[in-house]
Design a protein around this ligand. Structure first.
Ligand SMILES: C[S@@+](CC[C@H](N)C(=O)[O-])C[C@H]1O[C@@H](n2cnc3c(N)ncnc32)[C@H](O)[C@@H]1O
Length: 198
């Protein structure tokens, strides 16, 4: 009974947040955008020092970054390849006067991870290997891109310093580089909290 009430509270909070988005974006939420509770847990862990800079790899409609920016003191950056989603994220941040967030319209392969202290990874390249419930039909998707983008991210993570934090969500196939130690796990292993120790 307690569990059911708690679950209902979580779903209500998520639905309330999603109401800031247009209907076609809301419909994609369950599959593509981080739930509010997950975003809060992840950003609490990622923001581990003053002036901490967190990068969301594939920020979509900005949900993770917007929640992180309003629930912590961190500075959140989202890189997103779809220009329309970036514009929507920027508009929401401006409307709600959320200043500790920035959205970059780019491919992640153009971003150096050396500018950030922590990273959030919600299986962003999966659309290249599973075309059910796509965000849109505007991109050419290709299995080769899944492997190329993943390789880029893994190589960038390898070069980060000790102390770097990483949260992965629904990304059990990601080859986490040596040195990152699993500190906690939640949601039956779907949400993992990592810190680079060596
Ligand atoms: C599963 S959604 C996650 C959105 C957001 N991180 C969240 O949790 O709410 C993944 C996003 O990654 C974006 N993406 C995929 N490949 C990308 C790439 N190579 N560079 C930048 N963004 C990418 C997609 O357009 C999509 O919006």
């Amino acid at each position: 009974m307690i569990l059911e009430t708690e679950q209902l509270k979580i779903e209500t909070e998520d639905a309330r947040f999603n109401s800031i988005y247009p209907i076609h974006i809301k419909k994609l939420s369950e599959r593509h955008w981080t739930p509010v509770e997950v975003a809060k847990l992840a950003s609490d862990f990622l923001v581990h020092k003053p002036k901490c800079k967190v990068l969301d790899i594939g920020s979509g409609v900005g949900k993770f970054c917007l929640i992180g920016a309003t629930s912590t003191d961190g500075r959140f950056y989202g890189v997103e390849q779809r220009a329309e989603l970036v514009k929507l994220s920027q508009r929401i941040a401006e409307t709600h006067h959320i200043n500790n967030v920035e959205f970059i319209n780019s491919n992640v392969t153009e971003i150096s991870f050396s500018n950030f202290d922590a990273f959030y990874f919600y299986n962003p390249f999966y659309e290249n290997i599973d075309d059910s419930l796509l965000i849109d039909n505007k991109l050419v998707l290709d299995e080769k891109l899944y492997f190329a983008y993943t390789e880029y991210v893994v190589n960038q993570l390898k070069q980060t310093p000790v102390g770097t934090r990483l949260v992965t969500y629904w990304s059990m196939n990601l080859d986490i580089p040596e040195g990152f130690i699993l500190e906690f796990t939640a949601y039956n292993g779907k949400l993992d909290f990592w810190e680079k120790k060596f």
